[in-house]
Ligand binder design. Structure first.
Ligand code: SF4
Ligand code: SF4
Length: 315
């Protein structure tokens, strides 16, 4: 039987923010949502994408000569390479000749065994820290068979498994992964359907319905709900209270975590010649998010509430 192949964005080692202990995080390509604040825009498109990092470029011009589509020109004033994305066919000839990796490619195809080689190299860290593997994206539900095969291999090796899922669309893909997950993260971005579509490009009906159903079918306390709190988007008391009431009704909600808005990944939009969709909002500090959600104090909830501090550490 042919081994399953999937499209991987990158594999990060020794992450401390994506589940218990030290974890290997496998980021997959492809996502149906287009959140305006997305910090990994390079994960959104399923197809591999060419990018350009100005500060690494030495102006040798090799990429311009290599491009058969004449999609590249060298701007001698700014001393940068300019890509005409309408001409570019993502052949990656420019990437192959660039001596400094200023031209690069997001995404590559890997077999399950190739992914598992990375996982097995990190196993010693899992053992000492009670860690494991987390599948992330993009949205892993864009590649359910590949994800399932990796999770199954991890489970067979006794490795703790987690995943981050958008929960959008057909439930069957979620149901097929639950037996292989020890726990999983779900994001709730907005409780109002119109606002959700405005800021992410998709309605939230299937997301909320899928979270409810998964909460009944998953193992005990498997669901970790995360809310990215964005200035002026979903930070109203009304929306936060609705989110909490939604979580209160879930079976098996292990925790609710609020993540403050940050601008990590902002430069990736430049590498991809894309516009960052939000205006120039300041990063939200841990204190600001705690002050903003001070009304939560004294609420009697069946799960703990956490506030992350700027995307790095949970307080
Ligand atoms: S990916 Fe191919 S077509 Fe696009 S700029 Fe590079 S060489 Fe040209
Ligand atoms: S090949 Fe690389 S270093 Fe040379 S001009 Fe192109 S991007 Fe810059």
């Amino acid at each position: 039987m042919t081994e399953k192949t999937g499209r991987v964005l990158r594999i990060e080692k020794i992450s401390l923010n994506d589940g218990p202990g030290m974890r290997t995080v496998i980021f997959l390509k492809g996502c149906p949502l287009r959140c305006a604040w997305c910090s990994t825009p390079e994960s959104q498109q399923f197809e591999p994408e060419v990018y350009y990092v100005k500060k690494k470029c030495v102006g040798c011009g090799k990429c311009v000569k290599a491009c058969k589509q004449q999609a590249l020109t060298f701007n001698s004033e700014s001393k940068t390479v300019v890509r005409n994305r309408t001409r570019c066919v993502n052949c990656f000839d420019c990437v192959a000749v660039c001596p400094t990796c200023a031209q690069g490619c997001y995404g590559k195809d890997m077999t399950v065994s190739q992914v598992m080689q990375h996982v097995h190299r990190d196993e010693v860290f899992y053992f000492h820290s009670q860690g494991g593997v987390t599948l992330s994206g993009g949205d892993i539900l864009c590649q359910p068979e590949f994800t399932q095969a990796i999770l199954q291999e991890c489970q067979d090796s006794g490795i703790h498994t987690m995943a981050e899922m958008d929960m959008y669309g057909n439930y069957d893909r979620i149901g097929m992964l639950l037996p292989y997950l020890d726990a999983f993260f779900v994001d709730i971005k907005h409780m109002n359907g119109v606002e959700h579509e405005k800021w992410t490009g998709k309605k939230n009906d299937s997301i909320l319905a899928n979270i409810r159903r998964a909460s009944k079918e998953c193992i005990k306390d498997a669901i970790h709900v995360r809310v990215p709190v964005i200035w002026g988007v979903n930070d109203s008391e009304e929306n936060i209270r609705e989110t909490i009431e939604f979580c209160r009704e879930l079976s098996n909600c292990a925790e609710l975590e609020f993540l403050p808005y940050h601008r990590l990944g902002r430069s990736t939009y430049d590498y991809l010649d894309r516009e960052y969709q939000l205006p120039a909002l300041p990063t939200m500090t841990g204190k600001e998010i705690r002050d903003k959600l001070a009304f939560l104090k004294g609420m009697d909830l069946p799960f703990p509430v956490h506030f992350a501090s700027n995307g790095t550490e949970t307080e």
